[in-house]
Design a binder for this molecule. Structure first.
Ligand SMILES: [Zn+2]
Length: 137
């Protein structure tokens, strides 16, 4: 069972927010650029061309890229979620299969390489504390 649905909900929500915020910004910037580009370029010299290119990148391409990421997230962002969950929690880094309780080094779902949780936990274990924990009240 894959139980990281909460994370998928957050990714989709962030995607919707990105689209709502950056989508109109990208469209307005692109339309404004299309209308004004001839004015920008008339009489422009070499350094001014550099500035114009940087202005195009910052005003149009940046919000367009953010909106594109938002669309990808809103549609699920599967590769991103797999990347985030890689090595975290109890899931196969390749397919997201729940590997709790497994001792094998191969995922039974996709045959990808996995690190059994017991071995990983032992490798990441903190040293024993010097003092015992305080008694429960
Ligand atoms: Zn797998």
């Amino acid at each position: 069972m894959i139980d990281y649905g909460w994370f998928r909900v957050i990714v989709r929500f962030v995607g919707v927010l990105l689209v709502i915020y950056f989508g109109p910004t990208a469209v307005i910037a692109a339309v404004s650029l299309a209308i004004n580009l001839p004015n920008y370029l008339s009489g422009a010299t070499g350094p001014e061309y550099t500035y114009i290119v940087l202005a195009i990148i910052s005003s149009v391409l940046t919000p367009a890229a953010a909106a594109g990421v938002g669309v990808y997230f809103a549609l699920g962002g599967n590769a991103f979620i797999r990347w985030c969950m890689r090595g975290i929690g109890n899931f196969c880094p390749t397919c997201g299969y729940d590997i709790r309780g497994l001792t094998a080094t191969r995922c039974p779902e996709c045959n990808g390489t996995i690190t059994p949780l017991a071995a990983r936990d032992a490798a990441m274990a903190l040293p024993a504390p010097h003092d015992p924990p305080p008694p429960a009240i």
